[in-house]
Design a protein around this ligand. Sequence first.
Ligand code: NCD
Length: 305
Amino acid sequence: MLPFDSLISAQQLTPEIVANVISVTDAMAQNIEQSGRIDLLDDKVVSLLFFEPSSRTMMSFQSAAQRLKAGMVFAQSAAGTSLEKGESIEDTIRMVEAYSDIIVMRHAMPGSAEIAANTSKVPFINAGDGGNEHPTQALIDVYTIHKHKGRLDNLNVVFGYDSLQSRSIHSLSRLLAQYPNNRFTFTGPKELNPRDEVLTDLRALGVECEIRSEVELGDGFDIAYVNRLQQERFADQALFDKNRRKYRLTRDKVEGSNCLILDPLPRIDEIDTDVDSLPNALYFKQASYGVPLRMALLAMLLGKA
Ligand code: NCD
C-alpha cells in the first residue's frame, strides 16, 4: 500500500516508500519470470493517456498492465482526442475516470499532473508533465542504482547535460536528496544548469551541490546520470544546435572507471554507441526494469500489493 492515491512528484516519495516499491518490484520481476502474466488486476481497467511522445514509458506501462491482466483504455497523442478541440484537462479526466480504475497521463504542460490528480476520483500517475517531473522514471532509476550499487546513500552523482529542462533529472535529484551523504555535480552547457531555487532546495536537504563545466568520471563518481538535451523544450533552437554534440560520453571517458552510466533514454547525442558494450553501461537494463516497477505501482495504487 502507498500513503497517497496519486503519484505526481518524486517529493512524495520517502526512503521507506522507496524500499517498499523496490521489494514489490522484485516480487513482480519474479512473477514475470515464473508465470509471464498474473491475475492481480483482471478486474481493473487502466487508462493510458500519452499526450506527448513516449516509447519506453508508454510501452512499459502497457506491458505492465498486460502482465497484470488489466483491461486498457488508450490515447496516444492529443491528436484524435477532444483535447485537440480545446477540451480542458479537467474535463478529459472527468470523462476518463468513468472509463477506468486508474489513470496514467503524460502531458506537455508543467503542472498538468497536479491538475489532473486534483480532478480525478480514481488514482492517478504522472508519466511526465512537461519539463517538470517524471516520478516513475526516478523510481526506475533508484531501483537500478540499488540493484547494481547496493545502496542509495553515500553516492557521488554527476548529472548532465540538460539539468534545467530534464524532468528525469529533476525527479531523480529530488529523490536521491532524501538519502544521507549524497553529493551532486551538475555538468553541461552553462545555460542548462539547474535553476538557483533548485540548488537551494537540494542544499537545504543537506546535499552538497557543485556545478562544473567538465568532469572526469574517474574522479570518484559512483553514478553518471545523463539525459539528452531536451530539444522540444528550447525557446532558442540556436542554443540547442550549438551544444547538441559538445557533451557526450565516449568509450575512453567511461572505460576503466567504476562509475555506473544511467540514461532514461532515448539516447540522442549524449552517449556514443561504443559505450554500450562496457559492463558499467546500464541504460538498457535500466529501461527493462520499467515493466516490473510499473506493475508494482499499478498494483500498489489499486490496493492489490
Ligand atoms: C524521458 C522523458 O520522457 O522525460 N524518457 C523516458 O521517459 N524514458 C527522457 C527524455 O525524453 O529525454
